[in-house]
Write a protein that binds this ligand. Structure first.
Ligand SMILES: [Zn+2]
Length: 167
C-alpha cells in the first residue's frame, strides 16, 4: 500500500485547504517492526505548505555497546514549513505568521506533488537516536575467560610468569 502523493493544486480545493491523512501502514524503505500509525495533515498556505505529523512505530535497533538487538518506540510530533516557489520568482512574503527561518528547509513547485511517504521516511530517520543503547544497565561484553581459571587477562598472566622467573 502506497500513500498517494498530494497534488498541490487539488489541495487548494479542500476545505480549509487542508488534507488530513490517517496512516496505518509500513513506510517504503523504513524498517519497522510494527506499521507506522498516526496522522499527517497538509495545509496549503498560498505560498507555503504546512505539514504536521503525529505518528509512531517500533523499530529494531542494535546496541552500540553490547551489540544486542532491542526494540524501541519511535514517535514523531513535528511540523515543517515547505515553501512553494512560483516559477523562480521566489517571493518570500512578510513573515507575519509565527514562522522563523529555521522552519524553512525545502522549496516545492506549486504545481507539483507533495510526497507524504518520502517525507515521513525522512522524518523517522531524523528521529532515530544518534547513539543506540539498549538500556541504562547495558554492560560491555565481559572479557572472555582465557581458560586458566584465574580470571586474569592473558597479558597479566604473562606478567605473573615474568615475576615468577625473577623470584
Ligand atoms: Zn546494550
Amino acid at each position: 500500500m502506497v500513500i498517494q502523493p498530494i497534488y498541490l493544486p487539488h489541495l487548494l480545493k479542500q476545505p480549509r485547504c487542508t488534507q488530513v491523512l490517517a496512516i496505518d501502514q509500513a513506510i517504503a524503505d523504513l524498517k519497522t517492526l510494527t506499521p507506522v500509525r498516526g496522522e499527517v495533515s497538509v495545509r496549503h498556505g498560498g505560498t507555503f505548505l504546512e505539514v504536521k505529523a503525529e505518528a509512531e512505530t517500533i523499530v529494531t535497533l542494535h546496541c552500540d555497546r553490547c551489540a544486542q538487538s532491542y526494540n524501541q518506540r519511535l514517535a514523531l510530533d513535528t511540523k515543517e514549513i515547505l515553501w512553494l516557489d512560483n516559477q523562480g520568482e521566489n517571493t518570500i512574503p512578510v513573515l507575519e505568521r509565527e514562522l522563523s527561518w529555521d522552519d524553512l528547509s525545502e522549496v516545492l513547485p506549486p504545481d507539483g506533488h507533495f510526497d507524504v511517504e518520502t517525507w515521513l521516511y525522512e522524518q523517522f530517520n531524523l528521529a532515530l537516536p544518534l547513539k543506540n543503547l539498549c538500556g541504562k544497565d547495558c554492560q560491555a561484553p565481559q572479557v572472555p575467560d582465557d581458560g586458566t581459571g584465574n580470571g586474569f587477562d592473558r597479558r597479566w598472566a604473562a606478567l605473573a610468569d615474568l615475576k615468577q622467573q625473577w623470584n
